[in-house]
Design a protein around this ligand. Structure first.
Ligand code: NAG
Ligand code: NAG
Ligand code: NAG
Ligand code: NAG
Length: 221
């Protein structure tokens, strides 16, 4: 499991919790939609600006038939794969987010093979979310791209990073969320019920506004 340094208690209503998603929603096969969002609490499907292709790149096709189908591996390390291979932010051949103060050493998301995925490549969701938003690292549920691509181009995506010198999205870039759009369960016999929950949940109660946005840790410096 990922080692979270923050345990969050977030303000949500009991009703929202009752209708919230669970770990079982992020299993099987699905497409990954991209939403233009800087706050999961008020983002809706109307914020959809595209999806991911089989290499994990952000595309904005005229219809969803170009969106790749991903599989969440039902056993450790519970990572995502597509036709391109396993997906990771650690492929050093990928473009870095050089415009970003805090993300300039991050490599773009890429799905390729052969690549043996590890636990740090896992994306996860959080029980109680209104949609199956995907998060990575230490509860960072947002991503960064240079722009929303035109129908015939693609954009790289990087993790969202922030700190005192760059409090929001990289200037000129767009802040995004990834949303699992489940298509089917895996064939019977592959038990995906056992995927462990992250040590974070949306509990009824108070919570710091910044934590509630789930933007990951503030980077010092
Ligand atoms: C993305 O959302 C922001 C905030 O709602 C908005 O200002 C911006 O115009 C949107 N960008 C695009 C390219 O749709
Ligand atoms: C989706 O777009 C592709 C390529 O532009 C096209 O070939 C296909 O007919 C479209 N499908 C639908 C259902 O509109
Ligand atoms: C993808 O990663 C999984 C889990 O580490 C590994 O078992 C599998 O062989 C990898 N697949 C490819 C095509 O590299
Ligand atoms: C989550 O899974 C439940 C049970 O299968 C389903 O009813 C619900 O629509 C799913 N929610 C989302 C947002 O996909």
């Amino acid at each position: 499991m990922l080692k979270f340094t923050s345990i969050l208690a977030l303000a949500t209503t009991a009703t929202a919790l009752a209708q919230g998603i669970t770990q079982a929603n992020f299993t099987g096969t699905g497409t990954i939609h991209v939403w233009n969002s800087s706050d999961w609490r008020d983002s809706t499907p109307a914020d959809k600006v595209g999806c991911l292709d089989a290499s994990g790149k952000f595309i904005n096709p005229l219809n969803d038939s170009a969106c790749a189908v991903f599989t969440r591996i039902s056993a450790y390390p519970y990572t995502l794969s597509a036709e391109g291979g396993n997906c990771t932010f650690s492929d050093e051949s990928q473009e870095k987010n050089t415009d970003s103060i805090y993300g300039k050493s991050d490599h773009a998301w890429n799905c390729f093979k052969p690549f043996t995925a590890g636990i740090y490549d896992e994306l996860y969701t959080i029980d109680g979310f209104s949609h199956v938003f995907l998060c990575q690292g230490d509860v960072d549920c947002y991503f960064d791209a240079k722009s929303i691509p035109s129908p015939k181009s693609s954009s790289n995506i990087w993790p969202f990073r922030w700190g005192s010198q760059q409090m929001g999205i990289t200037p000129g870039h767009v802040m995004l969320q990834l949303v699992w759009n489940k298509i089917a369960d895996l064939p019977k016999g592959e038990d995906s019920e056992k995927i462990p929950s992250p040590r974070v949940s949306l509990m009824k109660g108070g919570g710091e506004q910044e934590q509630a946005r789930l933007v990951g840790k503030k980077i010092l410096g």
